[in-house]
Design a protein around this ligand. Structure first.
Ligand code: AMP
Length: 209
């Protein structure tokens, strides 16, 4: 099953995609995670991407497309995957469409107040990228990852100035993809305002069809 999750930053894509990965045994491919990994390891790709990420701008299409093409060639993607954070522009969707046949697109819809509350309380594990929230999904021990004990931190681009910019990028460049995939009959809209369990239930229903 080849899936795409669309949705604004903070709509819950990463949290739900990680559950889908576990239950459906398909890799979760998050371009944001791939870039953060490269930034952490100070690779050439990471150095290029950081310049854009720090200001909440999208990394140029050619860089992202090359990175995803490389990732999708790996053996674990043969039977499907869940793409989170890609595509984010029409050019990226067209490049993907040339290489892959997508089965379903989940459009996560969340209100602005929900998004801001989620992003401002989000904490990410430095080691395994697990996602927590100081109120909605707190770790058992404050500041520590439940799964690997790693340190939890707030992403630089989750700070208020950058969030505004990222939401602007989403509305301008990524939201048009909903119509793009609607024309192909692939989109299921998901109400993403509720709890992770409730959102996951809606996703599981769509995937079982
Ligand atoms: P995310 O974790 O998905 O919110 O991504 C974090 C940041 O990585 C974004 O704000 C962009 O700077 C960059 N990024 C991730 N995915 C893409 C993409 N598909 N196209 C362009 N930039 C991306």
């Amino acid at each position: 099953m080849k899936l795409i999750i669309l949705g604004a930053p903070g709509a819950g894509k990463g949290t739900i995609a990680k559950r889908v990965m576990q239950d459906y045994k398909i890799p979760h491919i998050s371009t944001g995670d791939l870039f953060r990994e490269n930034v952490k390891n100070n690779t050439e790709l990471g150095i290029k991407a950081k310049e854009y990420m720090d200001r909440g701008a999208l990394v140029p299409d050619d860089i992202v497309i090359a990175m995803v093409e490389e990732r999708l060639k790996q053996g674990d993607c043969k039977n499907g995957y869940i793409l989170d954070g890609f595509p984010r522009t029409i050019a990226q969707a067209e490049a993907l469409g040339k290489a892959e046949q997508i089965d379903k697109v989940l459009d996560f819809q969340a209100r602005n107040d929900v998004i801001i509350q989620r992003i401002s309380g989000r904490r990410t594990c430095r080691q395994c990228e697990a996602i927590f929230h100081i109120i909605n999904l707190p770790p058992k021990v404050e500041g520590k990852c439940d799964y690997c004990g790693g340190e939890l931190f707030q992403r630089d681009d989750d700070k208020p100035e950058t969030i505004r910019q990222r939401l602007g990028e989403y509305n301008e460049k990524t939201a048009p993809l909903i119509e793009y995939y609607e024309k192909e009959g692939l989109v299921s809209h998901i109400d993403a305002n509720s709890t992770p369990d409730e959102i996951y239930d809606s996703v599981a229903k769509v995937l079982s069809k």
